[in-house]
Design a protein around this ligand. Sequence first.
Ligand code: ADP
Length: 485
Amino acid sequence: MEFKEFTNSLFINGEWHQVDQKQTESVVNPATLEHITKVSYGGKSETEQAIAAASAAFSDWSKKTGRERSRYLYRAHELMLKDVDRLGEILTMEQGKPLQEAKGEIKSAASFLLWYAEEASRGYGEWLPSSTNSKRMLVIGQPIGVVGAITPWNFPSSMITRKVAPALAAGCTVVLKPSPETPLSAIAIMEIFEKAGLPGGVVNMVTGDAKAIGQAMLNSKAVKMITFTGSTATGKYLMSEGAKQMKKVSLELGGHAPIIVFDDADLEKAATLSLASKFRNNGQTCICANRLYVHEKVAEAFTALLKEKVEQLQIGNGVKEGVDLGPLINEQAVKKVKAQYDDALSKGAQIVCGGSDLNAIPNGLAGFYFQPTVLSEVTDDMAIMTEETFGPLFPIQLFSDDDEAIAKANNTDYGLAAYIFTENTGKTLRTAEKLEYGIVGVNDVFPALSEAPFGGMKESGNSKEGGHHGMDEFLEKKLISIAIE
Ligand code: ADP
């Protein structure tokens, strides 16, 4: 796929704009280190223009019925599904994940458009039985207003539709700031909204200076809510700055997901799905497994199964057939994985398979690669047991007591997703209730579907995306209390 040397990436009031091309942002293919294109570098003034466009569009858009709004989302859904192959290629080129995974993400991104096209007509209120006969009370949900949406690079398409579709369904208008690493998928989604006939200003996008764009959103009284997916550090910053105006700040942040493999687990299933959780998107997923706790009775058999499967994974440029693992997103990401790996080895971890030998990476690959690696003899003082890894490094620790494993799983400030493998119903429910996580997968590592609420506890976030819960975040509840006597 060919791109021009420069691609406009400011979508404001239904039109494409560019700023002074002297300052641009370069987009690089992490699999080859090749330059793909440059995009516009917007900042404060472009963000203010986008906010003004979104504010002007809000009045008409919020007055449309849910049915009317849903038509645009249905059209966008159809357009996206028709274009899965091209959109998948763009995604792989700028982000690195294998093409099959990228196309899967596009289908998932489209599923949020469909779900919220359906949900747009269902912003139900409540009728409250009053404690006095002289009153009637009802609660309605009204769109909160202009929303600033800030999205990450690990799911450059589905993180956008998971925020923008429910916001639009609820009647809000949006200013989007995608990740600087992956603006091309975001541009393609804006083009889809444009083709779907969305009125100008309902969705706008500004790429460029993250801090300046974020600050312009935070400073604007017109922006009533910021919805953010990214690091916990940036999330905390946005929340503290947003507090100055009591802005609603919805956060989807980092994770440190544990997998517990109990002694009654189906080991084949547990090994296959643990691998899928850890190595999907090369470990760059906020819900991907970061730590494995395996019951000592089954540890040997489980580790052998996992090793056999990990050793079959093919690393390479994601556009090639048969590649399971693409590159990491950038050099910093490789350094972070290597630092956790070195720290673990220096404290006594053993390599089950993989390792940091870059000579083991197939010839001719210039990108940001790291071998899929499994470590055993892992102890709690190793950085990998407390810090998010975001890479293909998998530590295994053994346990003998179930409650000890659950306590260890909970011993983190993160609380996004946890997974358990067991065939015992009682143990499933007892454990799921005890785990301090917003999502618990039971023999299941793919819980993020359009109909389900996705979100974390503790320092992993404060909101839900997906399902009717996801649209609720964009609706402000208003009590209408009517005295009838
Ligand atoms: P990650 O490590 O996943 O890239 P970040 O929190 O750094 O997490 O980035 C997630 C998104 O937040 C990206 O779109 C990034 O550009 C944006 N971002 C980073 N810093 C700020 C900021 N100060 N204000 C607004 N957005 C920011």
